[in-house]
Write a protein of this length. Sequence first.
Lengths: 109, 230
Amino acid sequence: MDRKTLLLFIAGGLIVALGLAFFVSPLASSSPDGLERVAIDQGFAGTADEHAAADGPLADYGVKGVEDEGLSTGIAGVIGVAVTFGLGMILFGLLRAARARRTEPASDA
Amino acid sequence: MHIPDGFINAGTSLAAGVASAGGVGVCLKRAAATMEEKQAPLAGLVAAFVFAAQMLNFPVALGTSGHLLGGVLATVLVGPWAGAICIALVLFVQALFFADGGLSALGLNVLNMALIGGLGGFVVFRGIRGVLPRTRSMVVAASAVAAGVSVVLASIGFFVEYAIGGVGDVSLGAMFAATVGVHVLIGIGEAVITGLTVSAVLAVRPDLVYGARDLLPRLEIRPSEPVGRN
């Protein structure tokens, strides 16, 4: 497997994801989503509790302290993509290593 | 599609949490047994891409929006086990850092979007592919249709959970119609985005699409040439 084109593909895909998160997410619809719409129309939207992390620095996809709404959303998106990618690389790297250990048990002396 | 805290009672949320933990545990075990070298970074990318795509709410009807759930996209690209883990990871990050999806409802959301939408959607994808010709464009078509169906399945998951443990007093018939109705519309968006993305990856690196592996030219296995033995 050619590692170089795989790395290029991953880098390119990551740029697309970061671009979507930074440039496009501020333009996304802020209307209630399908589940919220059902909750509103069926009259139980009010039973939702405030989220435990509602005062967190990234709550509701905005960075606390950044006044410009679009920029705040964009930066929060970039942080989310980076954090998800980082955690994913660690998690899937560990899973990959688990398989490598199982299939090549005698590789280290 | 993210259930907040307070919609569904503690007992039902807990039961869903136990079921989801078991389901994700199975996925981790199976992924650890099958994960190939090139799949690990790809799965990380898929999770990051789904996070970004889930922020992009598109309008579906008057005053309502929807966004990609990504279950079929992830499982078609990296396989059912790693794909479902990608979605669970995205939901975990969203609930923990972005106040999206209740912490007590994380099990419900993982059940609906990662397990029903992801694993269930992959089963639908396999079923559709089984009756279609074995070509790349049919992989795209099957992933698009399965993606649309997966959104409706996930929304039915929410409906059933609400019917069991919902705290509000609703007419179940009306709620079922409303839930499925709006998610059919969102499913169309899911189908379009999933089809376009799978088609783009197939065009660039067809070997990276788990759901199209059977279309790759078979590698010929033969004994290696003896080197330096003369």
